[in-house]
Design a protein around this ligand. Structure first.
Ligand code: B12
Length: 211
């Protein structure tokens, strides 16, 4: 598939063209590697949407539409990104942190770690530290994943890790944070074990941990 074209169609919010490209792509029985490239292209297209929003060319309605377009896109891609392993590699709790309603990236990542063979407990969006603490206490996961794309997510993630420490739950837990604003500095500030802006890399990190 022509990735540049996909990036452009996502950026232009050309729903029919995007969905048709993806349907043709899935029909070709692509490899996981090819599917990863398509996800990256979608992410790149969404960055264009974000830039146009920032420049005042797109409005909140366009962001909402972009979100719906990505959800539809991931539904089409599901058969090629999500396998059907039975969740015996380990357990993971995942959620989007307080104040942040973005969940497209989290959902993509969840599909990929499920395909890897983890049992995933997704607590949803805009979840306060206390909700993460509760779920971790209940499920005792091997890994905690926190997602956030707003700058303010960094602070919310730090508060969540602090709350886990206070509850005595931090030490037996590997923590990975994901989303566009994540950097090495942010990761250190938050007190997480790893960070990424890329779901595939996030899968590799967790796979390494659980081996
Ligand atoms: C779609 C979208 C929305 C949709 C979200 C729909 C949904 N269900 O998620 C809606 C309309 C709700 C929305 C709302 C808002 N948005 Co918005 N949105 C976007 C947009 C265009 C795309 C985000 C996206 O889905 N990207 C595609 C995914 C695939 O990428 P990703 O999230 O990075 O995920 C990948 C990796 O990071 C990783 N990953 C993600 N999570 C995790 C977790 C783990 C554990 C791991 C390992 C990996 C991982 O895997 C994914 C695949 O590789 C971005 C622009 C951008 N540049 O991203 C703005 C953007 C994030 N939004 C922005 C803003 C400002 C807002 C609003 C404040 C707008 C408003 N005025 O109302 C609100 C805030 C609502 C809130 N409180 O959260 C800003 C944020 C600015 C900032 N620095 O804080 C951005 C950057 C746009 C911009 N350039 O101005 N938005």
């Amino acid at each position: 598939m022509e990735m540049k074209l996909l990036v452009q169609y996502v950026g232009d919010l050309e729903e029919d063209k995007v969905l048709n490209l993806l349907k043709d792509f899935v029909a070709m029985n692509p490899t996981q590697d090819e599917a990863d490239k398509v996800i990256s292209a979608c992410q790149e297209g969404m960055a264009i949407v974000g830039d146009r929003f920032e420049r005042g060319e797109y409005f909140v309605g366009d962001l909402i539409f972009a979100g719906e377009l990505m959800t539809e896109s991931m539904d089409i891609l599901k058969p090629v990104i999500a396998g059907s392993k039975n969740g015996n590699l380990g357990k993971m709790v995942i959620g989007t942190v307080a104040g942040d309603l973005h969940d497209i990236g989290k959902n993509i990542y969840r599909g990929m770690v499920e395909a890897l063979g983890l049992e995933v407990f997704d607590i949803g969006i805009d979840q306060p530290a206390s909700a993460f603490v509760e779920k971790v206490r209940e499920v005792k996961p091997d890994v905690l994943g926190m997602s956030g794309v707003l700058t303010l997510a960094i602070e919310a993630m730090k508060q969540t890790v602090d709350a886990l420490k206070e509850a005595g739950l931090r030490d037996d837990l590997k923590i990975i944070v994901g989303g566009n604003p994540m950097t090495k500095d942010a990761c250190e500030y938050i007190g997480a074990d790893a960070f990424t802006t890329n779901a595939t890399e996030g899968v590799r990190i967790v796979e390494q941990w659980l081996k």
